[in-house]
Ligand binder design. Structure first.
Ligand code: O2Y
Ligand code: MN
Length: 607
C-alpha cells in the first residue's frame, strides 16, 4: 500500500498532508480502483452495518441513509467566487477566505477514529483529450465504492497526477468524528445546518462537509462535472452541460447523436434508454445525465463525451414499463441501492415499480412495512437511488467511451408544461435556441410555491449547477454559436406533458417519443417538413409519424399548433425572469442584449 511519502509531486504531497494534518484520520488509504479493494470495502461496510448484502441482484448492496440526509441540499450549496456578482442570482455565495477560515475550524479533527480514503479518478475515458482528472479525499467508504462505479478510479490516474497532470482538488467528510469509546452509526453525517457543499471556481477546489448523499458527496458528479467544469468550459471554449446523450439509428442504419437537457421528473434517464415503438428505429445510450462538448476541428461539430461511468438513477417509478433497459442494467448485479425497501428474500422494492404489492418489507427507515398497514407509503424514499455501471446497460452505444466523443446533430430542451407549449419546436437559429434554453420552464402545481400557472424557470436544466453568473453562462452559449467554421447542432424545445382540458395527457410519451426523435433526425437531414410559426418551426400535421398511435385528430392538432393567447400570457413571466437574471448588469454581468432581442422578436411575432 502506498503512502503520501511515496509521492514525488510536492504540490500533491503538500495538499494531501495539509488535509491529513487538519482532519486527523486514524489511517490513510489510497484507492487503486481494483475489484479487490471494492470487495474489501463492501465487506467492511457489511460488518459495520452501513451495507446489507442482497441476495438479488448478485454482488449488490443496500445502504440506508440517516433520515436527514436524503438528497442534494441546494440551500447549503455555495459558489465561493471572489465576489457575489461572479456567482450571480442562481447561486448562494460565500467569500472564499471566510469559507476557508470556517473550514479550518470545522474540519479540525473531523476524521478522528476514521479512515481517510484518497480516490484518484478521471471524468471521461482517461485516454480522452476531453477527460479531466480529480482527486477526492473522503472519510466515507460508501463514497469510495460509489465513485468506483460513477467515475474511473485507478492507480494510473494517481501516477499521472503525481507526474504533474492537472487535477481538481476535492475534499469530503461526513462530518462525524468517532470518539475512542463511541459506537458508530450506519450512516454518519452532520445536521443540515452544518452541511456545506462548496465550490471554489478560482482555485478549482471542491470542499464538502456533513452529507454522505449523492450529489453532495460523490464530488465527480454535480460539483466537478457541472459546477467546476462549467467554469473551465467557459475559460477554455467548451461546454459542460446537464444533458443526456443518445444515439438514434434509422431503419437504413444511418445514425445521429443527440443531447438533451430536462429538469428533474421529466424522464431524462428514460429518454436516454428509450425503446422506440417505431419499427426499425433504435436508440442507444451514451450518457444519462451530463455531457461535455467541445468543437472537433476536423468536422466542425460539437463532440460530446459522457464524463461518468455509471448511472445514479432515481429508483421509484423505474420499471420494465417505464425503463426496461435501466431495470436490465440494475439486474445484471454490481448495483448499490440507497434508501429502497428490502424484501423478505433480500431483494429490492420501490413504489411504481414492477411488483405492485411486495408483502412485508423493511422500509428505508428500517421499519417493517406492508401496503395493508400503510397504503400511502412510501417504503422506498422518493429520492432513493441505484448506482449501477453504465457498461452493463444492454443498449449502451458502442461509442460511449470514444476518446474523441460523439458528433452532436441536435440539442433538446424540455420542461413539464400542461398547457401552451407544443410537442416539439425547432429554433430558427442558434441564438433563438439559446433563448429557448434560457426560458426553459415547468408549470408549478397548486401545491408548489407560486401556485398553479406560475412557471419555475430552469435555464438549460442548469439552475443549481452553473458555477458562475448565469448571464455570463448565457453569453458563453452565444459565443459558442460564433465559433469559426462551426457546424452547430439544431436546437429543439420538446414537451411530452401537454394535457387536454379534461386533464388527460395528449401525448403517450415513453417509447413513442421516438416519433419526435424521427422528425428531428429527418429535419437534420433536411427531409422532414415544417411550418414556420410565431414561436419557431413546428412539424406540419403529417410530418410526425403517427402510424398505429391512439391519439385523436383533435389532440394532434393541439400538440402541433401555436396557442397564441397562451404564449402572449406567458410573456410577462419570461420578461420578469430575464430581468431577475440581470441583477448584476452594472457590475459587469449583463444579460446579453441578444436574449432581450429574442424576447422582443417573440413579442412582435405574437402581436
Ligand atoms: O439527490 C441527489 O444527490 C442526487 S441528484 C442527481 C443524481 C443523478 C442525476 N441527476 C441528479 C440531479 O439532481 O440532477
Ligand atoms: Mn442530473
Amino acid at each position: 500500500m502506498i503512502t503520501v511519502n511515496d509521492l514525488k509531486n510536492a504540490e500533491l504531497k503538500g495538499w494531501l498532508q495539509g488535509w491529513i494534518d487538519l482532519c486527523k484520520p486514524a489511517q490513510v488509504e489510497f484507492c487503486d480502483g481494483s475489484e479487490q479493494h471494492y470487495n474489501t470495502l463492501c465487506d467492511l461496510m457489511v460488518k459495520t452495518g452501513t451495507f446489507i448484502k442482497m441476495k438479488y441482484p448478485q454482488n449488490s448492496y443496500l445502504a440506508r441513509s440517516d433520515k436527514s440526509d436524503v438528497a442534494r441540499v441546494e440551500e447549503r450549496t455555495f459558489i465561493c467566487a471572489k465576489d457575489e456578482a461572479n456567482a450571480g442570482v442562481t447561486n448562494h455565495w460565500k467569500a472564499p477566505a471566510e469559507m476557508k477560515a470556517e473550514f479550518n475550524q470545522i474540519f479540525d479533527g473531523c476524521m478522528a477514529g476514521r479512515t481517510m480514503y484518497i480516490i484518484p479518478f478521471s471524468m471521461g475515458n482517461p485516454e480522452s483529450p476531453l477527460a479531466k482528472y480529480g482527486i477526492e479525499i473522503t472519510d466515507s467508504a460508501y463514497v469510495v465504492v460509489n465513485m468506483m462505479i460513477m467515475t474511473r478510479v485507478s492507480q494510473t490516474i494517481l501516477d499521472r497526477v503525481d507526474a504533474g497532470r492537472e487535477y481538481i482538488h476535492a475534499v469530503h467528510s461526513n462530518g462525524a468524528p468517532l470518539g475512542a469509546d463511541q459506537a458508530d452509526v450506519p450512516w454518519p453525517c452532520a445536521p443540515v445546518e452544518k452541511k456545506y457543499i462548496t465550490q471554489f471556481p478560482d482555485t478549482r477546489e471542491i470542499i464538502s462537509y456533513g452529507s454522505g448523499y449523492g450529489g453532495n458527496a460523490l464530488l465527480g458528479k454535480k460539483c466537478f462535472a457541472l459546477r467546476i467544469a462549467s467554469v473551465l468550459a467557459k475559460e477554455e471554449g467548451w461546454m459542460a452541460e446537464h444533458m443526456l446523450i443518445l444515439k438514434v439509428t434509422n431503419p437504413e442504419g444511418k445514425y445521429k447523436f443527440v443531447t438533451g437537457a430536462f429538469p428533474s421528473a421529466c424522464g431524462k434517464t428514460n429518454l436516454a434508454m428509450l425503446t422506440p415503438t417505431l419499427p426499425g428505429w433504435k436508440v442507444e445510450t451514451v450518457g444519462d445525465d451530463i455531457a461535455w462538448m467541445r468543437f472537433n476541428e476536423k468536422d466542425g461539430m460539437l463532440h460530446a463525451i459522457n464524463p461518468e461511468a455509471g448511472f445514479f438513477g432515481v429508483a421509484p417509478g423505474t420499471s420494465m414499463k417505464s425503463n426496461p433497459n435501466a431495470m436490465k442494467t440494475i439486474n445484471v448485479g454490481n448495483t448499490i441501492f440507497t434508501n429502497v425497501a428490502l424484501t423478505e428474500d433480500y431483494g429490492y422494492w420501490w413504489e411504481d415499480g414492477d411488483v405492485k404489492d411486495p408483502g412485508t418489507v423493511v422500509d428505508w427507515l428500517r421499519r417493517p412495512w406492508n401496503k395493508a398497514w400503510n397504503p400511502a407509503g412510501p417504503a422506498a424514499h422518493k429520492n432513493s437511488r441505484f448506482t449501477t455501471p453504465a457498461k452493463q446497460c444492454p443498449v449502451i452505444a458502442p461509442e460511449w467511451e470514444s476518446p474523441e466523443g460523439v458528433p452532436i446533430s441536435a440539442i433538446l430542451f424540455g420542461g413539464r408544461r400542461k398547457t401552451v407549449v407544443p410537442l416539439v419546436n425547432e429554433s430558427r437559429s442558434w441564438e433563438h435556441g439559446v433563448f429557448m434554453g434560457a426560458t426553459m420552464s415547468s408549470e408549478m402545481t397548486a401545491a408548489t410555491l407560486g401556485g398553479a400557472g406560475q412557471l419555475r424557470f430552469d435555464p438549460m436544466a442548469m439552475l443549481p449547477f452553473i458555477g458562475y453568473n448565469v448571464t455570463d453562462y448565457l453569453a458563453h452559449w452565444l459565443e459558442i454559436g460564433k465559433h469559426p467554421g462551426a457546424k452547430l447542432p439544431k436546437i429543439y424545445y420538446v414537451n411530452w406533458f401537454r394535457r387536454g382540458e379534461d386533464g388527460h395527457f395528449l401525448w403517450p410519451g415513453y417509447g413513442d417519443n421516438s416519433r419526435v426523435l424521427k422528425w428531428i433526425f429527418e429535419r437534420c437531414d433536411g427531409t422532414a417538413a415544417a411550418k414556420e410559426t410565431e414561436i419557431g418551426f413546428l412539424p406540419t400535421e403529417d410530418a410526425i409519424d403517427m402510424s398505429g398511435l391512439d391519439v385523436s385528430d383533435e389532440d394532434k392538432k393541439i400538440l402541433l399548433s401555436v396557442d397564441k393567447e397562451g404564449w402572449k400570457a406567458t410573456l410577462p413571466q419570461f420578461e420578469e425572469w430575464l430581468n431577475k437574471l440581470n441583477k448584476y448588469a452594472d457590475q459587469g454581468h449583463p444579460l446579453p442584449a441578444e436574449i432581450f432581442a429574442q424576447l422582443e422578436t417573440l413579442k412582435k411575432n405574437l402581436a
